[in-house]
Design a protein around this ligand. Structure first.
Ligand code: HEM
Length: 128
């Protein structure tokens, strides 16, 4: 299928079940024929039709199979002016702070407790 360039403005109008198009990572997908086949249902696809669905798509954590399937529905890309930088899929750890808090909590009680046990054992052996 011939691939062409689209503006975000023209995609915005293609937001219904007879013409459902969205953007993922600056690529444009026409999912009109896929609506009834999508394992996640047609509602979610229609919900993002006409829009940039990158975040929603990534939030679901689609499988490799899904990503391969997408190729079939790609109809083009965004014009240069409308492109955004594609964020590398990185595993960001938003609970990092909590993790750090936990580990400092662990070391803050484990160390004195272990020291206490060690001293008790030594004391028992040395002075009994
Ligand atoms: C051309 C684009 C898309 C393709 C080819 C696609 C394909 C698939 C496939 C194959 C699955 C089954 C699970 C898996 O293999 O990951 C799935 C599930 C799902 N998809 Fe998509 N999808 C697309 C776009 C989207 C978008 C834009 C959204 C959100 C707005 C979405 C939301 C979901 C949800 C909610 C599920 C169900 C997840 C679950 O049951 O755990 N999908 N999709």
């Amino acid at each position: 299928m011939a691939q062409r360039k689209f503006t975000r403005k023209e995609i915005a109008e293609r937001n219904n079940k007879n013409d459902a198009v969205f953007i993922i990572d600056n690529n444009v997908f026409d999912v009109t024929k896929f609506l009834d086949e999508h394992p996640g249902g047609h509602e979610v696809l229609l919900g993002v039709a006409g829009k940039d669905a990158t975040e929603d798509f990534n939030d679901v954590g689609h499988s490799l199979d899904a990503k391969e399937l997408m190729v079939k529905y790609k109809i083009g890309t965004l014009v240069d002016e409308d492109r955004v930088e594609v964020k590398k899929q990185s595993v960001t750890w938003t609970v990092k702070d909590e993790g750090e808090k936990e580990s400092s909590f662990v070391s803050s009680w484990k160390f004195p407790v272990l020291l206490g046990i060690l001293v008790t054992v030594l004391y028992t052996y040395l002075f009994s």
